[in-house]
Design a protein around this ligand. Structure first.
Ligand code: ATP
Ligand code: MG
Length: 226
C-alpha cells in the first residue's frame, strides 16, 4: 500500500488493485482551536473525529448509492477508520462545490452588504478552486470553461448532482430535526467512460448544521444523527 497524498484530515493510499484507501484522521479544519469547515488549516485535533466523520460519510454514501447517484464509494471499515474508493481524476487541481440553504460563512463575508445573516437561499450553488495559497477563490461557470477546467455541459451536470445530493442530505438531517445551512462537495471523473462522480467525504466537517437555531459541532452531529 503506497501513501499517495497526505491531506489535512485524511491520508490517501493506493491499494495493489488500483483502488484508493482513505484514512480518516482526528485532525479537523479550523483556526486557533475553533472548528471552521471552510478553513484551510488544521485548527484542532479531536479524539474520535476521524471515525465520527467516516460513520456519517458511510451512511450518506450508502444512501446515495441506493438512489443510483454515482459516487466513488466501495466500502468502509469503521474500526480502522478507513474507506475504500474508486480512484478519480479531479477537475483542474481540484474544485469544491458548495450548496447553500442559508447565508452564513464565506457567503456572508463576501455579500454582507446585500444579504442578512441566516437569510434563506434556494439551494444556491457556487464553485471554488482548491487553492490554499489563494484562499480557495470562487470561480464562475464562464471562467471554469475559459480556463479549460470544466466545460459548460459538465458544469450543468455538477450543479444538478450537487443540488440533488444536498437535497438528500438535507432531508435526512431534517428527519432528526436538524437543519442544513450549507454543505461542500468534491467531484471527479472515474473509469473508462470518465463518469462524473461524488468523491471525498460527507461529514460534519463539510457542512453547517443547526438544531433549534444552534450550531451543531461535527462530533455532536454524528451522535445526534446516527
Ligand atoms: N476517489 C478519489 N480519488 C482521488 N482523490 C480523492 C478521492 N476522494 C478524495 N480524494 C482526495 O483526497 C484528499 C483527501 O484528503 P483531505 O480531505 O485531508 O484533503 P485536504 O487536506 O482537506 O485538502 P483539501 O483542502 O485539498 O481537501 C483530497 O485532496 C481529495 O480531493
Ligand atoms: Mg478535504
Amino acid at each position: 500500500m503506497e501513501l499517495t497524498y497526505t491531506g489535512k484530515t485524511k491520508d490517501v493510499y493506493e491499494l495493489p488493485n488500483g483502488n484508493y484507501l482513505l484514512q480518516f484522521k482526528d485532525d479537523v479544519t479550523g483556526v486557533d482551536g475553533v472548528f471552521d469547515p471552510g478553513a484551510n488549516t488544521v485548527g484542532l485535533t479531536i479524539e474520535g473525529a476521524g471515525r465520527a466523520g467516516l460513520k456519517l460519510t458511510k451512511y450518506f454514501f450508502e444512501r446515495l448509492n441506493e438512489k443510483g447517484i454515482p459516487t466513488h464509494y466501495i466500502d468502509a471499515d469503521i474500526a480502522q477508520a478507513t474507506m475504500t474508493v474508486k480512484p478519480a481524476e479531479v477537475f483542474g487541481k481540484g474544485l469544491e462545490v458548495i450548496c447553500r440553504y442559508r447565508a452564513v460563512g464565506s457567503f456572508l463575508r463576501r455579500y454582507g452588504l446585500y444579504a442578512e445573516e441566516g437569510q434563506a437561499l434556494d439551494a444556491f450553488v457556487e464553485v471554488t478552486l482548491k487553492d490554499d495559497g489563494r484562499g480557495d477563490p470562487p470561480i464562475s461557470e464562464d471562467a471554469l470553461d475559459m480556463l479549460g477546467i470544466l466545460s459548460k455541459e459538465e458544469y450543468q451536470i455538477l450543479k444538478d448532482l450537487t443540488q440533488q445530493i444536498a437535497g438528500i442530505v438535507k432531508d435526512e438531517l431534517a428527519k432528526k430535526g436538524i437543519e442544513l445551512y450549507d454543505i461542500k462537495f468534491e467531484f471527479g471523473r472515474t473509469g473508462e467512460n470518465r463518469q462524473i462522480v461524488l468523491i471525498d467525504e460527507i461529514s460534519g466537517g463539510n457542512m453547517r448544521a443547526y438544531k433549534d437555531g444552534e450550531y451543531v459541532e461535527p462530533l455532536e452531529l454524528e451522535k445526534m444523527f446516527l
